[in-house]
Structure formats: structure tokens, C-alpha cells
Write a protein that binds this ligand. Structure first.
Ligand code: ZN
Length: 138
């Protein structure tokens, strides 16, 4: 496994059902998993795309971060998620170097550990770093 594989691209939508009319029915992709991540107040649908995935995000509450994103920016690309071999070390190093890491490592969709890095540090895109589970399952 090469480092920094793109795990998924997060796309904010107002309605997963409506978005799936395009991604599933018209385009022919398939949903591999759906869940609600309570900690982020978001409904998630994952669509495998090669080694990577598309992650459709629909707000589960009016005051969630995805709801605020939709209000400000409308539907669209919300974040890019990269897998890293050692998430704790990566987050600690970024903080030391002055990057704006937005949370301590925690469990998100699919039970994966993640942190978000603010767009101000990354060239304008919200960046999600995900623990590469294959590196830790020993
Ligand atoms: Zn994500």
C-alpha cells in the first residue's frame, strides 16, 4: 500500500436520495454502505470508485457543519480524505508545525479514525486524514 492514497471524496448534498438518482440510477454506481454518524450529525452513503470511494453527505441536523456548508456554499465537493499510516503521529506533527488540525483523532463513518485539517492550512480544501487500518491490524 502506497502512502497517502485517496480514501474518498466527500460531497455535500441536500438529499442523498436525490443524489443517488444520479449516481446509482443514471450513472450506474452502487452504494456499499449507508450510516448516520451521530458525532457529525450527518447521513452518509459510500459509493466505491476503484480503490477509492465517493462519500455523499446529507445533514442530519439543521445546525450540523454540513448544513452550514450547504447554506454558505451550496452542494459540492466538501472534503478530500487521505489515508496515512500513523494518524496520531501525522496529527501531532501537523499541530507542531502550526497547521490547523480541527479535532483529536476520533471514529467516523465505517469506524475509521480521522482528523480534519482546516482549509486555511491546505490550499483551500477541507482535508480529512484517515488511519490506514491495514497498517495497524497486527
Ligand atoms: Zn469523509
Amino acid at each position: 500500500m502506497k502512502p497517502f492514497a485517496i480514501d474518498h471524496l466527500g460531497i455535500a448534498v441536500r438529499s442523498i436520495e436525490k443524489a443517488l438518482d444520479f449516481y446509482e440510477r443514471q450513472l450506474g454506481m452502487s452504494v456499499s454502505a449507508r450510516e448516520t454518524v451521530a458525532g457529525e450529525a450527518v447521513h452518509v452513503a459510500m459509493l466505491p470508485a476503484g480503490e477509492s470511494r465517493l462519500e455523499l453527505l446529507e445533514p442530519a441536523a439543521a445546525d450540523s457543519t454540513v448544513a452550514r456548508f450547504l447554506e454558505k456554499r451550496g452542494e459540492g465537493l466538501h472534503h478530500i480524505a487521505l489515508r496515512v499510516p500513523d494518524l496520531g503521529a501525522a496529527a501531532a506533527r501537523l499541530k507542531e508545525e502550526g497547521a490547523r488540525v480541527l479535532n483529536e483523532p476520533r471514529r467516523g463513518a465505517g469506524g475509521h479514525l480521522y482528523v480534519f485539517v482546516h482549509p486555511a492550512s491546505t490550499g483551500g480544501v477541507l482535508l480529512e486524514l484517515i488511519q490506514d487500518e491495514q497498517e495497524t491490524s497486527h
